[in-house]
Design a binder for this molecule. Sequence first.
Ligand code: HSE
Length: 312
Amino acid sequence: MTSQSSTAFAPASIGNVGVGFDVLGLAIAGAGDRVTVSRSDNAGIAITSIRTSDGEELTDLSRDADKNTASIAAAALWQAQGGEGGLTIDIEKGVPLQSGMGSSAASAVAGVVATNALLDVPLPTEALLDYAIEGEAFASGGRHADNVAPSLLGGLVLCPPGLDAVRLPTPDTVASVLVHPELRVNTAESRAGLSATVTREQWIRQQGLLAGFVTATFSGDLSLMRRSLKDLIIEPQRAPSVSCFESVSRAAIEAGAIGCSLSGSGPSIFALIENEQAERLASAMVDACEAQGIDCQSWISPLSSPGAALED
Ligand code: HSE
């Protein structure tokens, strides 16, 4: 007998990972969204509730199923796979909104993973990516997989358009530190504000850095990773809109970070660091943020953090 209801958890993620705009993403541990999808006697797809992890009703997001990433992604999968009958969706948001932590992607991924479990013949995990991107595209105004792919698959994922998403090897001696300042950045607006062109020189240098970073993940050469983890094109355009970026990133580099940049479109800021220095780095970044009068939260995660999973 097929299930009547299914719940999935999907983690937050670091889009771009500094060096790979739109094509590289990293899952984090300790923050994520939970979506429950249930069969319904009523036709169509309806959102029943949107709450915080503390159970409080969240009023910032629309209940319109055509305007929510979880329901858009769930509907795309359900309809494409011939799911019969309607669905209701309950969303628990653990990822702060407009945080640069892949909040919309986490909902989309949890939505498709939960919906998939209600299909007579569930699809393999990798096949859910395109449906999750449908939801993400609504929120961010672009079809990029650098949040949905790591949230779905876990770990560090290379996900260029037109190619299969690939989980890269991750040195287990390295952790990510993510700091979320209590600010908001609208990803769609941020993307719309980016320059549409790059110079040949910028393109040559940035593709070299991305190739260097990917090579370092395979070889475990942290010196190469340190020299490669840079964003010469996007970060300079976005950093001025995150008032604490300069101080937090300076503190991270002074504390020995392998690299530091905006997480997605910001305001969150991430750094990579050897495991034993991660706590000290997180404190340095948090102190620098709070010194600017901005409260923040931080997370430390292994680079191999798990992707989305069904829950009982
Ligand atoms: N790659 C996207 C961007 C991620 O930077 O706009 C958004 O979280």
